[in-house]
Write a protein that binds this ligand. Structure first.
Ligand code: FMN
Length: 206
């Protein structure tokens, strides 16, 4: 089964964009909402609140995304999103921004596989919503995916959305693809690819 996912682009695919996309080009199975970054007060920012309000996401399957490496922050945010009526949340393990990565969040979390494993163990045990993950295949090197994928394999992910490169995305796209291809067979999770689909298609069919 093919799924068509509308990606989140922070600062671009807010609720106004998403609704326009939905009304003019319906056909996406899911619309991802740009990440919510839980703050110390546990409140949504004005932008985040506007973006997740059910009345701003009517008629579409919208999935809010959470950017954190803290179990309690994830669970508390997921619970609030559940109260809004969401059935699924997406964990951001792909954001390459320096300010995010240096705090060990987004793609930065991939640098600490054991901590990530413990985090997933706790959130999958306690979270009532379905959880999908958007990930890069590593921080620095595509070979990191060989450590990361078996961790994902342990949990009942709704789906795994893979950005096909490492955080250092300027390098070795081709090598990244070959590594991903090699890992494909051991995955027992539903996969989706985000970004560079034409490159992927050409590489795998060449
Ligand atoms: C301006 C901008 C904002 C983005 N914001 C998010 C985000 O909030 N969450 C996320 O998972 N990905 C985010 N992304 C990544 C995109 O969703 C998408 O995966 C990526 O752009 C596709 O790869 P490509 O740009 O290499 O084709 C963002 C990308 C851009 C360019």
């Amino acid at each position: 089964m093919n799924l068509y996912l509308a990606p989140p682009l922070e600062g671009i695919t807010g609720h106004i964009y998403r609704n326009a996309l939905h009304q003019c080009f319906d056909g996406f199975d899911k619309y991802f909402i740009p990440f919510i970054s839980p703050n110390q007060k546990g409140h949504f920012s004005t932008r985040e609140k506007k973006d997740v309000m059910p009345e701003h996401n009517q008629g579409m399957y919208a999935v809010p995304q959470i950017l954190t490496n803290n179990v309690e922050d994830f669970l508390c945010t997921a619970q609030k999103l559940g109260d809004y009526g969401y059935k699924e949340v997406n964990l951001n393990l792909g954001c390459p921004s320096r300010t995010v990565v240096t705090k060990g969040r987004g793609a930065g979390f991939l640098d600490e596989p054991q901590k990530l494993d413990r985090f997933l163990d706790a959130v999958f045990e306690k979270c009532n919503l379905e959880i999908s993950i958007k990930t890069r295949i590593g921080m620095e090197d595509p070979e990191e995916f060989e450590t990361i994928l078996p961790i994902y394999n342990k949990y009942p992910l709704k789906e795994l959305i893979i950005h096909r490169v490492c955080r250092r995305s300027s390098i070795r796209t081709h090598q990244s693809l070959i590594h991903m291809h090699g890992q494909w067979n051991i995955a027992n999770i539903r996969f989706a690819i985000m970004g560079g689909i034409s490159v992927l298609w050409r590489t795998w069919n060449s």
